[in-house]
Design a protein around this ligand. Sequence first.
Ligand code: XUL
Ligand code: CO
Length: 455
Amino acid sequence: MSERKTRERMEFFTDVPQPVPFAGAAGATDSPGELRYRIYDPDRAVGNKTMAEHLRIAVCYWHSFNWPGSDIFGVGTFDRPWLQPAVDPMEAATIKQDAAFEFFAKLGTPFYCFHDVDMAPEGDTLAESKANLDEMVDRAAKKMSETGVELLWGTANLFTHPRYAAGAATNPDPDVFTHAAAQVRHMLDATHRLGGHNYVLWGGREGYETLLNTRLGQEADQLARFLELVAEHKRNIGFDGLLLLEPKPQEPTKHQYDYDSATVHGFLDRYDLLGEYFVNIEVNHATLSGHSFHHEVAYAIDNGIFGSVDANRGDPQNGWDTDQFPNSVDDLVPAMYEIVRSGGFGSGGFNFDTKLRRQSMDRTDLFHGHIGGIDTLAKALLVADELLNNGTLEAARDRRYAGWRGSQGAKIMDRSTTLASLADDAVAADLDPAPVSGRQEALENHINQMIWSAT
Ligand code: XUL
Ligand code: CO
């Protein structure tokens, strides 16, 4: 242990300046190897906030530092010395933490996110795992105060270890539920200690592989009980961040209970947990559930459960979660518009739950992925802000629903009518309402014009 504490810190990303500079659009003609932001200028004012305050960018520990670049057919390809099997696990955790904080500081982003096991190795017992986590969290606290980087959210990994193969909270064995409770307790406490802004629960294995061996009602009750216990603990320790559920329809299980925002909303309502939990919407989880990212964000905002976002994208040809860096302004603008229109993030932000491609094995590739993704979000923010300022979309929505602000609309909604009285009104007035254009193409063209002209 003392060796660990005295070890000389080695720079890992030696080819990268600190911080990566903002070059502006003028730098856009530089060679593709240049590490610089073209759009993301953290202090630039956009409306009443800076870009950094709007976007609240976080880097994820797991894909960036814990994943070796392996896939189901091949071993790791990345240059991550701390993942070599010969390195002592706590020594590896220390080297990895140094590289991670060097990365955050050089990238110049304000937040990061991690699972318990990303930062500290599991021990042989729960007590040993907790001690490892506590040691690494204390060390992280120092790194956070040195760099100013904050924790957007913490989470516990309840899906990798074989004990969770049949679920954590929804496992048929209450001992597995209890083990998961211990892990979440330790990690929620650690998140609180680090001043984390939110706590996430992604139910990767809270679902089923086959209904032949599954009791759906029983598993739903177990999951709700688990969420109740976590919310109660949050209050007991005085953690005032949001608790976030991360919807995903499937993968790794055939079916996951937190399928999409609407399913989570219904579940929270059914178990009287509305107001306790919000959603962390992941862009490609939205598309895997058969929706658009725009749909998931709009649904969550309109139903009061919007919390945070995992920014990544899928591949249109692959039906699984490829976790690629966002690179399409066109795809992000509509959802960004809803976020900005609703007043923006509270404690949430954009977490880069993103993976490099397996052939992106240079150390600088991790920077290229993040910089491109962040510039894409920044550009989408500029367009969304422009759309909000010129008011065209809101005016179109207002016009479309104008009737509901008139006397007939008010009468229907204030509950003073019956089906029979409405029928009488319709017959007496000989109603024959004319359909009106939804103006979809005109609105789509308007968004494109904003994309083409935003600077
Ligand atoms: C998996 C996923 C997770 C969660 C955190 O698809 O998105 O990385 O974000 O457990
Ligand atoms: Co995610």
